[in-house]
Design a protein around this ligand. Structure first.
Ligand code: PLP
Length: 369
């Protein structure tokens, strides 16, 4: 049997798990059998061994550096994906509070988060984008929050609809909670504006299996002893993500991605510029198509990460996906709940992949438009 090589790789537009930097995969491949200096694989190593503790410390240090995370914020690496955070957030931050939780419903993921929060306590829907099928986001001035709200929750990038907040919503003194699963590390963030921010790794930061939670110190006082141990943030902070065995391989791989962002890309300001440039190419192809391609999001809310659009018919959309695959442009089918096409162009998607897709879009329109 022959071994597949890097030259056989497709351009992977999957929403997640998603494309990873080739340099990261190659380093993991080189180090898989024996982590340099430690005499064994990361897969075989105790989570309390110096080798893994070094990796854990490096991952935290790199996150702190890349995002300029202030000292009064903790970073923990958890399991259960972002879906578990839908529950852990209200369990820790809403239980025992007098005010309700405010939720901005801007697409499928924030809607699912609301459904979980309702199981735990009082929830107020601050804003709901359903009336226009989640093609836009609230503007400044549209949000009216109760002053005693326990927290205000939003999803910075709705992966399925392809709408993204370019800046944080204004919530005054209410602690801001953010699901950044599909745009984590795509730009610098003013972390001091957030109470809690979390992201599963498998979209933009690593493989499936680990979720990063960044939480402001004072909010931990809300977590009650009656919570199940794993579901209480304070246990993970106290034990520095070693409350139970953490997903060691996923954290290792995320550390490699963070090193790539710092050393190869040159930091998040540079990453943001590249992401803007990549997204512009696809939105230009949409806007120049004379209505053949119709973007889902209203232009000012377009996502830099997930570009969603329709073609004149479902038959043409099927053809587009099929022809794309023939050209090694993989994973372009939209989410089953909204249909159409979705091109996920996370940090690790090379510019060459976006250029190939934009060229394909123009050719396909030429032929079928
Ligand atoms: C993928 C995704 C989730 C769900 O993540 P899991 O790790 O599968 O639980 C939640 N929110 C957003 C914005 C996502 O893109």
């Amino acid at each position: 049997m022959s071994i597949a090589t890097a030259t056989e790789r497709v351009f992977n537009f999957s929403p997640g798990p998603a494309v990873l930097p080739l340099a990261v995969l190659e380093q993991a491949q080189r180090e898989l059998v024996c982590l340099p200096g430690y005499g064994m694989s990361i897969l075989e190593m105790s989570h309390r061994a110096p080798g893994f503790l070094d990796i854990l410390a490096s991952a935290k240090r790199l996150l702190r550096e890349l995002l300029a995370i202030p000292e009064n914020y903790h970073i923990v690496f958890l399991q259960g994906g972002s879906r578990l955070q839908f529950s852990m957030i209200p369990m820790n931050l809403l239980r025992g509070q007098s005010g309700s939780a405010e939720y901005l419903v801007t697409g499928s993921w924030s809607k699912m988060a609301v459904d979980e929060a309702k199981r735990e306590g009082k929830v107020n829907i601050t804003w709901d984008g359903k009336a226009t099928n989640f093609d836009r986001l609230p503007k400044a001035g549209e949000l009216k929050l109760a002053a005693d709200a326990a927290y205000a929750y939003f999803c910075s990038n709705e992966t399925i609809q392809g709408v993204q907040f370019a800046t944080e919503p204004h919530v005054g003194e209410v602690p801001l909670v953010c699901d950044a699963s599909s745009d984590f590390l795509h730009r610098p963030l003013p972390i001091e504006k957030y109470g809690l921010l979390y992201a599963c790794a498998q979209k933009n930061a690593g493989p499936a299996g680990v979720t990063v939670v960044i939480v402001r110190d004072d909010l931990l006082a809300r977590s009650q002893d009656s919570l199940p141990g794993y579901l209480n943030y304070t246990n993970h902070v106290k034990e520095d993500s070693l409350y139970n065995t953490p997903p060691t391989f996923a954290i290792y791989l995320m550390k490699l991605v963070l090193e790539w962002l710092k050393d190869e890309v040159g930091g998040l300001t540079r990453m943001h510029a590249i992401n803007q440039q990549k997204a512009r190419q696809l939105y230009d192809a949409i806007d120049e198509s004379g209505g053949f391609y119709r973007g889902h999001a209203q232009p000012e809310f377009r996502s830099l990460m997930n570009v969603t659009f329709r073609l004149p018919s479902e038959a043409l959309e099927k053809e587009f996906v099929k022809e794309g695959e023939d050209r090694r442009l993989d994973g372009l089918k939209g989410h089953r709940s909204v249909g159409g096409i979705r091109a996920s162009i996370y940090n690790a998607m090379p510019s060459a992949g976006v250029e190939a897709l934009a060229a394909f879009m123009r050719e396909f329109k030429q032929k079928k438009g």
